[in-house]
Design a protein around this ligand. Structure first.
Ligand SMILES: *[C@@H]1O[C@H](CO)[C@@H](O)[C@H](O)[C@H]1NC(C)=O
Length: 484
C-alpha cells in the first residue's frame, strides 16, 4: 500500500470518528457540527443541564404524608457582574474582528460555520446596568422548579398563600429577590408577585450568607491566596498553557490567559441565557479545552467552599440548625409552615452540601491529577438554581417521621442514612443532630479582629474582589498593548 493511500484512509477514519462521536480530537473540532456540545461550565451552567425531575413517589415514602419542605435554592441564571460585563464590552468585539479577519486571510483553524457564528455574534445590548441581575432564563428556571415541586407535593404546596403557611427569605440582592418572586409565581400564579416576603436582612443575612460573617473563613480562605494554591498551580501549569496555545492556534491570533478567560465566560453565559442556541464563543474551544477550564473552576470551589478547608463547611451550621429546628418543632407536635423557601448564593449552597457530606471524593482534588469521575463537580451540583430540598413526612404512629433529601431534584444519599430514600427522624438526628448546636462565633473565631471591610459605595466587599478587578485590568492593558 502506498503512503498516499494510507494517509487518505487515516484522514477518512478521523473524519468518521468525529461525526460518529460528536466530539473530535484537537484541530478538527467544529462546534457547528456538534449535535451534543459540551455544556458543563462549572457554576455558570444552566439548571437545564442535568438536573433531575422531582417525582412524588421518590420524595415521600409509600404510605406517608409530606408535612413540611425546607428548600434552599441558589438564584437562577444571572448576568455577569459589572466588571465582567466591562471586560465583555472592551475585549470581545475587538477579538471578534481580529478572529474574523484572521480567518478571512487564511489563518487559524476554525471551520467556516464557527467563524460565521462569531461574525454574527453581538453583545446584544448587554451593559453594566445588568450587573449581576437575574436573566430571563433564571426566572424560567425558578418558575419551573417550584411548579414541579407543587405538582409533586400537592397536599403541601397546592394551596393559597398565607403568612403562616409559607416562609420566603432572600438576600439583599436583586437576583435572589427576583428568584424568590419567580418561584412564588410557580406556586401561586400572578399572586406570587404580591405575596408577603419579609425585607432582606442588610447588609448580611446571618442564615443565608453565614460565610460573609465568619472571621476564620475570611482570614484563612477568602482573603488568603494560599488557600486556593492548587487552583493557581493548575492555572499556571502545562494543561492550562496548552489550552491558551490551542485556542490561539485555532483562532489564528495569539491571546493570553486573561482573554481566554473572558471568551470562556462569554461561551458559558450566552449558553446559559439561551440554552437551545449554539453559543458562538464556545467555538474557540475544543471539548477537551472546556474540560480543563471546568476542572480549574472545580479546584477553586473545592478549596473556597468545599472539602479543601474544614472551616468552609464548619461555617455552614446555621442553615443545618435552622432545618433541624423547623423539623423538630413539627415532630414534637407543633404546626409549622408547609414550605420554607430560602434564596441564596453558591457560597452558601456548596458549603451546606459539604457540611451534609455530599459529593465527597476519597482523594482531595489537586492540580496534578484530574479525576474525570470525581464527585465534586460543580457543573452538576453547583449550577444556577441548584437547590437542596429536605422533606419531612409523617408515616403514621408505627413508622413515625421520615426525612428525605434531594439535590436539584435528585434523591441524594445522606451519609448517615441507610439508602437514598432517606432516614427515620431518629436516625437522621443520630448523624446530623450535632449541628443543631451551632456555636457560630466560636467556630468562626469571631472574637478575633474584625474581617468585614466597607467598600467605596458602602457595600460590603472583600479584598479578593478588588484583587480580581486589578487582575482584569492588568490583563486588558497587556492585551490592548498587543493588538491595537
Ligand atoms: C403578612 O405579614 C405582613 C407583615 O406582618 C403583613 O403586612 C401582611 O398583611 C400579611 N399578609 C397576610 C396575607 O396575612
Amino acid at each position: 500500500m502506498d503512503v498516499q493511500l494510507l494517509l487518505q484512509i487515516l484522514i477518512l477514519a478521523l473524519w468518521h470518528c468525529r461525526s460518529s462521536a460528536g466530539h473530535s480530537i484537537g484541530d478538527f473540532y467544529c462546534l457547528a457540527d456538534d449535535t451534543n456540545p459540551y455544556v458543563h461550565f462549572a457554576t455558570k451552567t444552566g439548571y437545564n443541564v442535568g438536573n433531575g425531575n422531582i417525582s412524588p413517589k421518590a420524595i415521600v415514602p409509600e404510605g406517608c404524608e409530606a408535612i413540611q419542605v425546607w428548600h434552599l435554592i441558589r438564584h437562577g441564571t444571572r448576568y455577569p457582574g459589572d466588571n465582567d460585563i466591562l471586560a465583555f464590552q472592551l475585549i470581545l468585539p475587538r477579538l471578534q474582528r481580529h478572529i474574523v479577519n484572521a480567518s478571512e486571510s487564511g489563518q487559524g483553524e476554525l471551520c467556516k460555520e464557527d467563524v460565521s457564528y462569531l461574525k454574527d455574534w453581538s453583545l446584544g445590548g448587554l451593559n453594566t446596568s445588568y450587573d449581576d441581575i437575574l436573566a430571563p432564563q433564571g426566572e424560567i428556571e425558578l418558575y419551573e422548579l417550584s411548579s414541579r415541586f407543587k405538582a409533586a407535593l400537592p397536599s403541601l404546596l397546592d394551596k393559597p398563600f398565607s403568612n403562616d403557611t409559607f416562609k420566603f427569605r432572600h438576600t439583599d440582592k436583586q437576583r435572589t429577590y427576583a428568584s424568590a418572586r419567580a418561584y412564588a409565581r410557580g406556586l401561586f400564579g400572578g399572586a406570587g408577585d404580591t405575596i408577603y416576603m419579609p425585607p432582606p436582612i442588610v447588609p448580611i443575612d446571618p442564615l443565608l450568607q453565614f460565610y460573609k460573617i465568619c472571621n476564620k473563613y475570611t482570614l484563612e480562605v477568602e482573603d488568603n491566596p494560599e488557600a486556593i494554591i492548587e487552583a493557581t498551580m493548575f492555572q499556571e501549569g502545562p494543561k492550562m498553557t496548552a489550552v491558551v496555545d490551542e485556542v490561539s492556534r485555532r483562532i489564528g491570533i495569539n491571546v493570553a490567559f486573561g482573554e481566554v478567560e473572558v471568551m470562556y465566560d462569554a461561551c458559558r453565559y450566552y449558553k446559559a441565557w439561551d440554552p437551545p442556541t449554539q453559543s458562538a464563543w464556545c467555538a474557540v474551544f475544543t471539548p477537551e479545552n472546556l474540560m480543563i477550564m471546568e476542572y480549574w473552576h472545580d479546584l477553586q470551589y473545592y478549596y473556597e467552599d468545599g472539602y479543601g478547608h474544614t472551616i468552609n463547611y464548619q461555617s455552614a451550621c446555621p442553615p443545618l440548625q435552622d432545618l433541624i429546628q423547623h423539623f423538630r418543632y413539627v415532630v414534637e407536635g407543633g404546626s409549622g409552615p408547609s414550605g420554607i423557601f430560602y434564596f441564596s448564593h453558591s457560597g452558601a449552597l456548596l458549603k451546606v452540601m459539604a457540611r451534609l457530606g455530599f459529593f465527597e471524593d476519597s482523594e482531595p482534588l489537586t492540580h496534578s491529577n484530574i479525576n474525570p469521575d470525581r464527585l465534586w463537580r460543580t457543573s452538576y451540583h453547583g449550577t444556577f438554581a441548584t437547590n437542596i430540598a429536605f422533606v419531612l413526612s409523617d408515616c403514621g404512629p408505627e413508622k413515625g417521621w421520615w426525612v428525605s433529601a434531594m439535590v436539584s431534584e435528585t434523591l441524594e444519599q445522606l451519609p448517615g442514612c441507610p439508602s437514598k430514600d432517606g432516614c427515620s427522624w431518629e436516625d437522621f438526628l443520630l448523624f446530623y443532630g450535632q449541628y443543631e448546636q451551632c456555636d457560630f462565633d466560636a467556630i468562626c473565631e469571631n472574637d478575633r479582629e474584625p474581617t468585614l471591610k466597607t467598600g467605596e459605595n458602602g457595600e460590603w466587599s472583600s479584598s479578593s474582589e478588588t484583587q480580581k478587578l486589578v487582575e482584569l485590568w492588568r490583563d486588558f492593558r497587556s492585551f490592548a498593548a498587543k493588538i491595537f
